[in-house]
Unconditional design. Structure first.
Length: 268
């Protein structure tokens, strides 16, 4: 006779969704990397801000580069860059990010990484809105803009900051985060190179189409580096990360005694 016992369903638990397995490796190393990215990114961002306000160093290339690009516009490249800049607009990147996060949440057992990505994009959007209003920098002349006038502020570039934050954080979470299956081999370096190329193309599109200065897009990419540093720091300090496997120390009951745990069997 077939069993009529009811099937037990585990109740939905947010705690379980965010309780990922322990992350291997040294937390100290990850925190050092996070600190370097955050400090260098912020220092260089503020440095560029100072340069354009005083018309020094990199800002001296703002006008010459724009003038050179105006003289070298060609129709096929213009059409391509117009499509790219339309897709990577702040609104477009918000939609892309939301779709990515929703699909990730639906397909993943653990939600920590997609939530980190969503948080990073929220920080980027806040920076775009807040810093633009504080800096109040004007854009290049309207006559040089190929897709219509834009009266909003120029510093930083929302396109560049949104794209850089999304690609940098996504590549870290999928390819460089300890414990991910894609950390080995050349795939992660191809992904990192692809992220850099994507950011360069978007930044170039904003310069070529006449909507930003060189210092705008450069500072935006550096600010995204700082946001990546924050993401790595938060990811390292989360509760489950505190149980990371340090070299020579196991997990489980033997951890408190400082003895390595026995190797797991084939069925573990």
């Amino acid at each position: 006779m077939a069993s009529t016992a009811p099937i037990r369903r585990h109740p939905f638990s947010f705690a379980e969704r965010f309780a990922e397995p322990p992350v291997p490796g040294s937390r100290r190393t990850r925190l050092i990397v996070a600190a370097v990215l955050l400090v260098v990114g912020l220092l260089m961002f503020t440095r560029i801000w100072d340069w354009w306000t005083h018309k020094e160093d990199l800002s001296r290339w703002d006008i010459p580069l724009l003038a050179w690009l105006l003289q070298h516009r060609i129709p096929p490249l213009t059409v391509t860059l117009e499509v790219i800049t339309t897709i990577t607009a702040p609104t477009g990147m918000i939609i892309i990010s939301l779709v990515t996060v929703v699909v990730w949440l639906a397909r993943s057992r653990h939600w920590w990484r997609p939530v980190l990505l969503a948080g990073a994009m929220a920080v980027a959007v806040a920076c775009i809105v807040g810093i633009k209003s504080i800096a109040g920098r004007g854009r290049p002349p309207v006559a040089d803009m190929l897709m219509g006038a834009d009266a909003s502020y120029s510093f930083p570039s929302g396109h560049t900051l949104g794209t850089a934050t999304f690609t940098f954080v996504l590549v870290y979470l999928l390819f460089f985060r300890p414990g991910t299956t894609a950390r080995r081999g050349a795939a992660r370096w191809v992904a990192a190179a692809g992220a850099l190329v994507a950011v360069f193309v978007v930044a170039f599109s904003r310069l070529y189409l006449g909507y930003h200065w060189l210092t705008d897009v450069t500072a935006s990419a550096l600010l995204a580096v700082a946001i990546l540093g924050v993401v790595i720091a938060v990811d390292t300090w989360r509760p489950t990360a505190r149980h990371s496997v340090e070299p020579g120390v196991g997990t489980g009951p033997n951890r408190s005694a400082g003895r390595p745990s026995a190797p797991a069997g084939p069925g573990a």
